[in-house]
Write a protein that binds this ligand. Structure first.
Ligand code: ADP
Ligand code: MG
Length: 731
């Protein structure tokens, strides 16, 4: 069997880069060719339809049947011209990926048996009823109401994958609860738009809309597909459950930004060509820190669309990897001892008048607006630090947070010296000093000048989970395999609720006779004090920070199932209900899904680990031990007792070590199985997940420790599982 490993290594070494070529000379010539975007609307839709559709998307006007029919007709013509024969509602169930069920355009033109024609009506575009019974719902969807509906999201354009027209949709239950990520995301974007627009009116009454922007940086690993196929743990769990560290891994820091390996370069180009066809503006590509780890980042865009594009590119990345003889690993921690993968979410808010609300302005008014948003965000993150952590927490991400080079499992905010100085000054000054109203020159701010561009690279704290980076916040704790919507809907919701609160506070002061400027200033000053403990500019990886964070009262919980409790505290329920993003029932239901998913993931890992140990590790170690025994026996045949003992001493100690380690491993695997059985009997999903966390997971490291030691002593020829050095360095 060990042959399979060596065969895979040999084959992998022979692989050459796959030739790829651009669909056209200029990217701009084919960019968005497979997307039904505004350019296509102009070609395929009547003028009144374009106008009405724009109203639906931009002003939230209602979508009626005749509009849907008109859009469907144009969309169908476009799709068929592009070679599409099928359509699907493309949605985002609570499984992290996307779901689709394809239907052909064909319909009988009359009674059954009459000739077929291509049909696609507004009804089919607007709403579908997929069989929802197999998607997680957390108990919302009892069997008698198993129905779920998908409904068209006109704000994210339809696109064609292969022969299928994909229509982005929300997914809701018969009783109207969200069964997906898109529904609450759209609600949160609406909430932050409303709340932020009202706050903007203090500074500029002409603002009509505030848009949330997202620029994701997608990290990933590539592994040769032959090697992948001989690692059941990678295949079934997405990560290696065993494997001794490679002697060389990332300690020389020679991979980050290094020259891209040729097979990977071809893969990256292929992804970009594909991405551009779908209007995904991929801008940056590079090697990441760990060997065989890489990254893509597009130009940021409107959050709803950016989330959809990220989901689409993840699925494209998986497919294209096969073409290049790779497998894509999106798991947050595929390899122990080297960096894991995240998906930094660069997030900002901007107005329809073109002002970046997180960009320091040119005038004192703009700067006061900028500070207003920064301070409100700080307070929102402070008050909801446990919730924000819950929004990014999964079984997989738990391996990454707090480990090599990952932000810790504690949410804090890095502001950098300049912004910190501004806030400190504001906090210390009186409103008379800080804001001077001059009849001739208008308002003056008695605070240090904020440079327009903060190109302060030395200040770029890489250890912070939530960092200000000049014109945006970068939420770095998001996992590489996650749907960004979870983090984005939470962030936009907490900021929306905070801005509502801010406006209430300011208006109350104004009603009490304060000037607008003084009211804003006083409230900000109070917020700066209140949120101070969330600010941390030091090293987030240090042990000292954990103790300090605890002292500050920040959430330091590390057990994933317990972290999810933050979703259902009275404060969180009140927050989400007040801005209309989630009902209490939805929050409870979604936590049920999260606990269940957590349990299943650990359950699968435990099974795979047991199988690997019993079928790969122990038989191989025993075989090696037996060959040593053979050797010892032969030595004794040839030499006298004293000499033989001396000559076989090394073999004998290895034989004993193997026996001891195998005995421990076997016992631990049996205990692991027992622990699982106990956990499986628990009915309550939370209690079950907590038991898996507390009683099952600890065995993983104990077993692995001894297996990895065996890997170091067993003959390499016999070892069946590709080793870390092969997985990480062959490309
Ligand atoms: P780095 O790795 O240095 O943080 P990258 O260039 O890899 O930066 O990625 C930064 C991401 O942030 C890109 O997607 C970029 O488009 C995005 N971005 C830049 N400005 C903003 C902004 N104002 N709002 C949201 N995202 C932004
Ligand atoms: Mg970044």
């Amino acid at each position: 069997m060990s042959n399979l490993r060596f065969k895979a290594v040999e084959e992998a070494f022979k692989k050459k880069a796959v030739a790829v070529s651009a669909p056209a000379a200029l990217t701009s010539d084919y960019y968005g060719a497979y997307v039904f975007n505004k350019e296509q609307w102009a070609k395929y839709l009547p003028k009144e339809t374009v106008k009405a559709l724009t109203g639906v998307i931009e002003k939230g006007e209602t979508l009626n049947r005749s509009l849907a029919d008109s859009v469907a007709a144009g969309m169908k013509t476009w799709a068929i011209e592009k070679g599409a024969t099928h359509y699907t509602h493309w949605f985002q169930p609570l499984t992290e990926g996307t779901a689709e069920k394809h239907d052909s355009f064909i319909e009988y033109s009359g009674a059954p048996g009459s000739p077929v024609i291509e049909e696609f009506s507004g009804k089919l575009l607007a709403q579908q009823e997929p069989d929802a019974s197999s998607f997680p719902s957390g108990g919302i969807r009892n069997t008698f109401e198993a129905r779920g509906y998908t409904a068209w999201d006109p704000s994210s354009p339809a696109f064609i994958v292969s022969d299928t027209l994909c229509i982005p949709t929300v997914f809701i239950s018969y009783t109207g609860e969200a069964l997906d990520y898109k529904t609450p995301l759209l609600k949160s974007l609406n909430a932050v738009d409303k709340a932020a627009t009202e706050v903007c009116h203090y500074f500029d009454p002409s603002v009509k809309k505030v848009v949330s922007y997202l620029g994701w940086e997608q990290e990933y690993f590539l592994v040769d597909d032959g090697l992948y196929a001989t690692r059941p743990d990678l295949m079934l769990t997405g990560r290696t459950l065993l494997g001794h560290e490679s002697a060389k891994n990332q300690q020389l820091e020679d991979h980050y930004f290094g020259s891209v390996p040729t097979r990977v370069q071809a893969y990256m180009q292929d992804i970009e060509f594909e991405g551009y066809k779908y209007g995904i503006p991929i801008k940056t590509r590079h090697n990441e820190v760990a060997p065989n780890q890489f990254e893509f980042a597009p130009i940021f865009g409107e959050t709803n669309l950016a989330v959809d594009q990220n989901l689409l590119i993840m699925s494209i990345m998986k497919k294209v990897a096969r073409r290049h003889g790779f497998r894509l690993l999106l798991h947050e921690k595929p390899f122990a001892g080297v960096n894991g993968s995240g998906k930094h979410n660069n997030w900002s808010l901007g107005t329809d008048t073109g002002v970046g609300l997180l960009t320091p302005g040119k005038t004192p008014e703009e700067n006061l607006q900028f500070i207003t948003f920064v301070v409100n965000i700080l307070l929102a993150v402070y008050k909801n630090n446990a919730l924000l952590k819950a929004s990014i927490m999964t079984a997989q991400n738990a391996h990454r947070l707090g480990a090599n080079e990952a932000p810790p499992a504690i949410i804090s905010v890095f502001l950098g010296t300049q912004i910190s100085a501004v806030l400190d000054k504001l906090e210390a000054s009186s409103s008379e000093e800080a804001i001077v109203m001059d009849a001739k020159q208008g308002m003056k701010l008695g605070i240090p000048k904020i440079p327009e561009v903060l190109l302060d690279n030395t200040d770029r704290n890489r250890t912070s989970p939530f960092a200000f980076t000049g014109n945006r916040f970068e939420f770095r704790a998001v996992g590489s395999s996650a749907n960004c919507a979870s983090a984005m809907l939470t962030l936009n919701s907490i900021v929306a609720a905070q801005l509502v609160e801010f406006k209430k506070n300011v208006d109350a002061k104004i009603a009490g006779g304060a000037s607008k400027e003084k009211a804003i200033f006083d409230i900000l000053k109070q917020y700066i004090k209140e949120s101070k403990v969330i600010r941390f500019d030091g090293n987030g990886y240090s042990e000292g920070w954990k103790a300090e964070a605890k002292k500050r009262g920040l959430d330091c919980e590390t057990s994933v199932p317990v972290i999810y409790d933050a979703y259902t505290t009275p404060a969180t329920i009140a927050l989400f209900e007040s801005i209309g993003v989630f009902s209490e029932r939805e929050l409870h239901a979604r936590n049920e899904v999260k606990w269940e998913t957590y349990t299943k993931k650990i359950q699968i890992e435990a099974r795979v680990l047991g199988d690997l140990v019993m079928n790969h590790i122990i038989p191989v170690a025993t075989r090696y031990q037996s060959s040593l025994l053979d050797n010892v026996y032969k030595i004794h045949q040839v030499y006298d007792k004293a000499k033989a003992a001396k000559l076989s001493a090394h073999d004998t100690s290895t034989i004993e070590e193997i026996s001891e380690r195998i005995a421990i491993i076997k016992t631990k695997v049996e205990e692991l199985v027992e622990a699982r059985k106990v956990a499986n009997k628990i009915e309550d999903e939370r209690a079950k997940a907590v038991t898996y966390h507390d009683k099952v997971i600890p065995y993983f490291d104990e077993i692995r420790y001894h297996v990895d030691k065996l890997e170091l002593i067993v003959d390499d020829e016999l070892w069946t599982l590709p080793k870390y050095r092969e997985l990480l360095f062959i490309r």
